[in-house]
Design a protein around this ligand. Structure first.
Ligand code: NAG
Ligand code: NAG
Ligand code: NAG
Ligand code: NAG
Ligand code: NAG
Ligand code: NAG
Ligand code: NAG
Length: 500
């Protein structure tokens, strides 16, 4: 959310720094070397592996197995893809027939790759407690982004993260890698479209945009190659710049969510086949599958949770990044008219709470936030809120406003007097303080339904699915690991199919 005035204010400050060339990562000598690795939950028994290479692969393969010494299974796909301004090609392979909740070792096939490991997804309906981290609005670190000092004590199994870059949030995710099973990241990755905030990049915007994407996804790889990392779109994925004047200069390849789509479209899932015994629910889940459009909108199940990722940027009436949208980002639509909302309706209606009691929906732009009306997406509220209420969404997870916030359960501006004890209205959080070049957003004015708001340091959230009735939500200060706020939502989940 940086406007043109910010740029004008920033330019003189930057004028003192020296011009330098774009900070592209070094291209490995072995062009088959996998970079920017990323996993995702792809189905009840499958995980997708995505990565990029600096040459085209005609066949992309991954070997895997339950022991590091025996990678006897192999999965392949044909054809890595690229787009006009990219230096790399994206590959995606799906590993199927996995035994649930089991450690698998995998190696992307290359003359220069190493073995990593992941935990396969929990079966829908597995009632084992697990933690899920929420990271939103996370940008590149270093010369093209931001840095912050931190001291992280390391465990022996943590992924290797370059210490020199001082990745506060990524560093914390690495340190605590045994404490959570998956991550959701609904929007705003890298902040490549903020390239112009660094003077050195001003005369080479096209290259700077690509270099930031390469750097960021390299920085994220230690985490995303270890944990399923579920992505959905934010405004920073749309174009080469948020400034309308510069936007007109965006080259082909840096408009209309191109990198986001290439990177994640083959790795994000479609809704799972229903595990419910109810035939109506089965039919609704099948419908949701046909309306889903990953990576823009989709759902997946993991143990006790049914998780839906929505697109608050395009594909509904007055969507902010749509071709006539308020953000002037001239993007989408990606689906047919009404498709996203048809998906959401069928998907929410299909959720059998005896299988997956917890229903969580994540999107980028919020409709409840501190800081006044500029932080609210009214058209998103008009499109989505009623469906959330009708089908009894337990938790709405949002971003866009760069800080951490939590609200009393609320519907249509009216708080639910049940508060955290079996409310009918959804509870909402914003977990967007992960850190990016635009900095943190002041908390600003707090609506009276605000329970917690924090903008003093970088932060993220951990959702602890304790059992079928209790969901604990912790906000974590990235630099120290301190719990800033903890609340527990109780839901009886007594109704198998909620319609209210
Ligand atoms: C092999 O990969 C590592 C990192 O994954 C990289 O640092 C190194 O340069 C690569 N070697 C070659 C020969 O490309
Ligand atoms: C992939 O196929 C193309 C033509 O289809 C060929 O030019 C290229 O050399 C192949 N690349 C590799 C790495 O085998
Ligand atoms: C990282 O933090 C250390 C001290 O915590 C500091 O000396 C160093 O300059 C920082 N690195 C960057 C790239 O900011
Ligand atoms: C099956 O699910 C639908 C909602 O999806 C519900 O209306 C219906 O009552 C359920 N049928 C049974 C037998 O539980
Ligand atoms: C964006 O891409 C989608 C399909 O990928 C296309 O249907 C749509 O027209 C594009 N929008 C613009 C503004 O180019
Ligand atoms: C939402 O609240 C407004 C008043 O603030 C009211 O006019 C409207 O009817 C309400 N909508 C629903 C769906 O309850
Ligand atoms: C809701 O419950 C929490 C936890 O018990 C409490 O701190 C908070 O004040 C309550 N809020 C309202 C509006 O009652």
């Amino acid at each position: 959310m940086v406007g043109f005035t910010t740029v004008l204010k920033t330019l003189p400050a930057l004028a003192a720094s020296a011009l330098a060339s774009v900070n592209y990562p070094t291209i490995p000598t072995d062009l088959t070397t996998p970079v920017q690795q990323r996993l995702a939950v792809y189905g009840p028994n499958s995980v997708s592996v995505g990565w990029n290479t600096y040459e085209q692969l005609n066949q992309s393969c991954v070997t895997y197995g339950t022991s590091a010494d025996d990678l006897s299974s192999k999965a392949c796909s044909t054809g890595s893809s690229t787009y006009s301004t990219s230096r790399t090609w994206s590959s995606a392979v799906v590993l199927t027939d996995l035994t649930p909740a089991t450690t698998y070792y995998y190696k992307i096939v290359s003359t220069n790759s190493t073995v990593d490991h992941f935990l396969s997804p929990r079966t829908p309906g597995d009632k084992t407690p697990f933690n899920l981290d929420v990271v939103i609005d996370l940008g590149v670190y270093g010369a093209d982004g931001f840095t912050i000092s931190s001291t992280n004590s390391k465990k022996d199994t943590i992924p290797y993260v370059q210490p020199a870059l001082n990745h506060t949030t990524i560093g914390r995710l690495a340190d605590t890698v045994d404490d959570y099973e998956i991550i959701i990241h609904p929007g705003d990755f890298a902040y490549a479209d903020d390239w112009y905030l660094k003077l050195a990049n001003l005369f080479d915007g096209t290259e700077a945009y690509q270099s930031i994407l390469e750097q960021f996804y390299d920085q994220l790889a230690p985490i995303a190659a270890r944990k399923p990392y579920m992505a959905s779109p934010g405004n920073h994925e749309a174009d080469c710049s948020e400034i309308p004047y510069l936007l007109e200069l965006c080259p082909e390849g840096q408009k209309n969510f191109t990198d986001f789509m290439h990177r994640f479209e083959k790795t994000m899932p479609t809704p799972f086949t229903s595990s419910s015994t109810n035939t109506t629910a089965q039919a609704l889940a099948t419908q949701a599958k046909s309306y889903a459009l990953p990576p823009f909108w989709y759902s997946f199940e993991y143990g006790m949770a049914h998780i839906v990722m929505i697109n608050t940027e395009t594909d509904f009436t007055d969507a902010p990044d749509g071709t006539d949208g308020s953000a002037d980002l001239d993007s989408g639509p990606f689906g047919k008219q009404g498709q996203q909302l048809e998906f959401l309706k069928a998907d929410l209606a299909s959720v059998d709470r005896t299988v997956t009691p917890w229903l969580i929906v994540a999107g980028h732009r919020p409709w409840y936030s501190t800081g006044g009306s500029d932080n609210i997406c009214d058209s998103c509220q008009d499109a989505f809120e009623e469906l959330f209420y009708t089908y009894g969404v337990d938790l709405g997870v949002f971003g866009h406003v760069h800080n951490s916030q939590r609200f009393t359960p609320i519907y249509n501006g009216t708080v639910d007097s049940a508060n955290l004890t079996d409310p009918k209205a959804p509870m909402y959080i914003i977990a967007s303080g992960a850190g990016n070049i635009e900095g943190l957003s002041d908390v600003g004015t707090e609506p009276d339904y605000t329970e917690f708001a924090y903008a003093d340091d970088y932060s993220y959230a951990t959702l602890k699915l304790l059992d079928e009735q209790h969901l604990q939500i912790d906000f974590i200060r990235s630099s120290t690991g301190a719990v800033l706020d903890s609340s527990t939502l109780y839901k009886s989940h007594a109704t198998q199919f909620v319609v209210q």
